[in-house]
Design a protein around this ligand. Structure first.
Ligand code: ADP
Length: 644
């Protein structure tokens, strides 16, 4: 194939422009990204060669070589890793395979990316970071196989690139950056040294560079020979310490080293929220270095997101995304696990079944949860910041990780009628605030706090001074189903089933009144029920309303408005479930209707009022009404009549 010119995918060009124009304060990281890629590529060939030694082609002196060339103005990064075939080059460089890219780009544009480099960083700029310092990038690569199957990719970052087949003797990848005039400093030995030390010290393979020093020749006695002039001596030096950070004792790792390593494995630009470094001994021996990020990644809820932790066995890289090491509800955790017990040739299938892996997972989950518990205890405000990012994911654990329910229920936070907007309470604090008369923990589910605050369902709770939790994440509907109770206090939805809030005395007193009301309104209720039979299960007098005329209530285990809304949003079938319309016997409209009803049961206004009551109940809970046109006409008619 001769040289062909192709266009970047639109999103790639957009990403490139963003990288060039917004990451300028972090320019040095281009080298970190390229060294990281080279290190990953060596990890891969090492791993694959466990099962097929031929792939090595006798080239296994692992190293990443940096070659600055002052005359040509280029910096080359060469590795003897896995390399790429033509198809892979096109797939990896020039397109962004990840779904969600469009949405991500939009989010960047909306946020004016210049102000939020961490967003781009989180996306993983990787290879594209080269264009921050170079106006031409040439990549030559070959995977194991014939030298003729090499590939050269070249671009000046203007929206197009060329690819061609080449012969490349050595397997691996070589990236040559033609540095922009103003960035020639990256050819300077000391600059390169300091960047490698800062960002890539822990890389497992030697990052090397040829260093030339001039020295005076020495005689047999070891002393410099006077008048002999100087000679140039070049030797390859390793610039990094290569110490796998997780194998070092905690006391010897600096905060900065932890942070840099986190950025290396996560592509995040920000420091992590928390770092967990520990070794386990006993039945299962392993070292783990885990990080809890500070900001949620844009694809946290996307199904094709890469999950899991890096797995090493005795310092040999096994896989990048070992999903079996961490449960889904902790999918935001990043890090490395290095096991001493697993076999080196461990396969995917083995990982899924392995008891060692299950033990490690259990141990990691315990550590993460105790770290969070400690954070909540010691620095609640910081924990809240974390919770705002990851709370919705962590809550999934209540549904899926029954074994850790006790721990998780102490970690969940909610807003409530007793907190300011944006402030949170734990279940424990809620329970401590409960007045002696209150038997259950009350909650209301819905879309957002502002809408819930005005819900008629809260009226009686406000009157009684009982706190109600606001549950505004879709996942909360499942959370409450799994949680059921906290410390023997049942969780009770304010818009479900019957309410039992009164003391025995109050009950007796109210029962008498209710009896009276039932007598007075019983026939009217039957009439309204008859009118709305197709939409409602029942019509009854309410114990929860003090101000509003009416509201809708689901059965104890029935479908409430929020659940219906969520299922619809998820394109799930919504099972038909009729609800109960509750009327407030103390509201004037109910009295008025009762009067009309007594006067003439055929009065046509009664039909209209019944319908309007139902629509009102729907509107106040944020549900759509069936026939908005008819609703408006009825209201207009009433307005006209009232004005006359
Ligand atoms: P990322 O490293 O986040 O996946 P990059 O844009 O840096 O993103 O790289 C895209 C892909 O290109 C990598 O996942 C890898 O498959 C491939 N790649 C990049 N650099 C190299 C390299 N030096 N050797 C082999 N493959 C590479």
């Amino acid at each position: 194939m001769s040289k062909t010119t192709k266009q970047f995918q639109t999103e790639v060009q957009q990403l490139l422009d963003l990288v060039i124009h917004s990451l300028y304060s972090n320019r040095d990281i281009f080298l970190r990204e390229l060294i990281s890629n080279a290190s990953d590529a060596i990890d891969k060939i090492r791993f694959e060669s466990h099962s097929n030694e031929n792939l090595l082609e006798g080239n296994s002196d692992w190293k990443i070589k940096l070659i600055p060339d002052k005359d040509a103005g280029t910096l080359t990064i060469r590795d003897n890793g896995i390399g790429m075939g033509m198809a892979e080059v096109e797939e990896n460089i020039g397109t962004i395979a990840r779904s969600g890219t469009k949405a991500f780009m939009q989010a960047l544009k909306d946020k004016s990316a210049g102000d939020s480099p961490e967003l781009i960083g989180q996306f993983g700029v990787g290879f594209y970071a080269s264009f921050m310092v170079a106006d031409r990038v040439v990549l030559e690569t070959r995977k194991p196989g014939a030298p003729e199957a090499g590939c050269r990719w070249e671009s000046i970052g203007d929206g197009s690139y060329t690819v061609e087949e080449i012969t490349k003797e050595q397997r691996g990848t070589e990236i040559t950056l033609h540095l922009k005039e103003e960035f020639k400093e990256y050819l300077d030995e000391w600059k390169i040294r300091s960047i490698v030390k800062k960002y890539s010290d822990y890389i497992q393979y030697p990052v090397v560079m040829d260093i030339t020093r001039s020295e005076t020749p020495k005689g047999v006695d070891g002393k410099e020979i006077e008048g002999a002039g100087t000679i140039e001596k070049t030797e390859e030096q390793t610039l990094n310490s290569m110490k796998a950070i997780w194998t070092r004792p905690k006391s010897e790792v600096t905060e900065e080293e932890y942070q840099e390593f986190y950025k290396h494995i996560s592509h995040d630009f920000e420091n992590p929220f928390s770092t967990i470094h520990f070794s386990a001994e006993g039945i299962s021996e392993f070292k783990a270095l885990l990080y809890l990020p500070a900001k949620k990644p844009f694809d946290l809820f996307m199904s094709d997101r890469k999950k899991g932790l890096q797995l090493y066995v005795k310092r040999v890289f096994i896989t990048d995304h070992c999903e079996e090491l961490i449960p889904d509800y902790l999918r935001f955790v990043k890090g490395v696990v290095d096991s001493s017990d697993l076999p080196l040739n461990v396969s995917r299938e083995i990982l899924q079944e392995d008891v060692q892996i299950k033990r490690i997972q259990k141990n990691l989950v315990g550590k993460v949860l105790s770290t969070l518990a400690e954070s909540k205890e010691k620095s609640f405000n910081d924990y809240v910041t974390f919770w705002k990012e990851f709370g919705p994911v962590l809550k999934e654990g209540l549904h899926f990780d029954y074994a850790n329910k006790e721990k998780l229920q102490e970690l969940v936070l909610f807003e409530s009628t007793a907190t300011e907007a944006g402030a949170y309470t734990s279940l424990k604090e809620y329970a401590e605030r409960m007045p002696a008369s209150q038997q259950e923990i009350y909650y209301i589910t819905g879309d957002n706090r502002a809408a819930l605050e005005t819900s008629p369902h809260l009226e009686v709770f406000k009157a009684k001074g009982y706190e109600v939790l606001f549950m505004t994440d879709p996942v909360d509907e499942w959370v409450v189903q799994s949680l059921q109770e906290y410390k023997e206090k049942k969780l009770k939805a304010v818009d479900r089933g019957d309410l039992d809030l009164d003391s025995e005395e109050e009950k007796k007193e109210k029962e008498a009144k209710q009896e009276e009301a039932r007598k007075e309104y019983g026939d009217l209720l039957s009439f309204i029920k008859g009118q709305l039979e197709s939409s409602l299960k029942d019509v009854r007098l309410s114990k929860r309303l003090t101000d509003s005329a009416c509201c809708l209530v689901a059965d104890e285990y029935g479908m409430n408005a929020n659940m219906e809304r969520i299922l619809k949003a998820m394109n799930q079938p919504v099972p038909e479930s009729k609800r109960v319309l509750e009327l407030n016997p103390n509201h004037p409209i109910i009295r008025v209707m009762a009067d009309i009803f007594k006067g003439n049961q055929q009065d046509s206004r009664l039909n209209d009022y019944a319908e309007l009551l139902y629509d009102q109940a729907l509107l106040t809970e944020g549900s759509p009404i069936k026939d908005p046109l008819r609703f408006t006409r009825l209201v207009s008619d009433l307005m006209v009549k009232a004005a006359r």
